[in-house]
Design a protein around this ligand. Structure first.
Ligand SMILES: O=C(O)CCC(=O)C(=O)O
Ligand SMILES: [Fe+2]
Length: 216
């Protein structure tokens, strides 16, 4: 018998309810994090990470790309999903099977059977990047949850209320953590605090986040 030291050192999965409809699945993807990072690198080799601009003209500190049938974009014309990468005019890279399977499993674990994501936003945070409080509301079917996967450097996730001014809970998210929100929590404000500097064995000086959604 051999002892798998790496498996033994891996954080064990646990389930932490946040509020009705929202749950933090700690270490849910810890065992496959390295594989997911490699898949992110394959996606972003085809559709590069880029700093998009808000409709108001601000450059986002988070760099983004997408995979799947639809990708989330923002520019002077607004926020929306579209089937092509505006940089190339070509379809977004296919969603890796590992992303889809993980998201469906996580959604089920959180109580949302039948999640069928058609869009995956890839966010890259470098030290100093942040995402201010917002609602995910460009999707058509609000009955489908959001599945959000953290990879690499730890970050502080902010989970607020139905009003932007509601004081958010602060949660430290580590590589392999998955947050799922839907149902009564689907439109809660959320964001990510300024990423501190650090060095992670899987990603170096950055954090990736995969946000899987049903866009249409
Ligand atoms: O990076 C995160 O953990 C959250 C990302 C997010 O909320 C989004 O992309 O809409
Ligand atoms: Fe979001």
């Amino acid at each position: 018998m051999t002892l798998d030291l790496f498996a033994a050192l891996e954080p064990q999965p646990s389930r932490e309810p946040i509020t009705q409809g929202a749950v933090l699945l700690r270490a849910f993807a810890a065992g496959e994090a390295a594989q997911l990072v490699r898949a992110v690198e394959q996606v972003t080799a085809q559709s590069p990470l880029r700093h998009m601009h808000t409709p108001g003209g601000f450059r986002m500190s988070v760099a983004m790309s997408n995979c799947g049938r639809y990708g989330w974009v923002t520019d002077r014309r607004g926020y929306r999903y579209q089937p092509e990468d505006p940089l190339s005019g070509r379809p977004w890279p296919e969603m890796p099977q590992a992303f889809r399977e993980l998201a469906v499993r996580a959604a089920r674990e959180a109580g949302f059977d039948g999640f069928d994501p058609d869009a995956c936003l890839v966010n890259r945070y470098e030290p100093g990047a942040r995402m201010s409080l917002h609602q995910d509301k460009n999707e058509q079917d609000m009955a489908q949850p959001i599945v959000s996967v953290s990879l690499g450097l730890p970050a502080t996730f902010l989970f607020g209320g139905m009003e932007r001014a509601d004081k958010p809970l602060r949660m430290r998210l580590e590589s392999g953590d998955v947050v799922v929100w839907g149902g009564p929590a689907r439109l809660l404000f959320h964001g990510v605090d300024t990423l501190p500097d650090g060095d992670h064995p899987l990603t170096g000086r950055c954090r990736y986040n995969l946000t899987l959604r049903r866009a249409r």
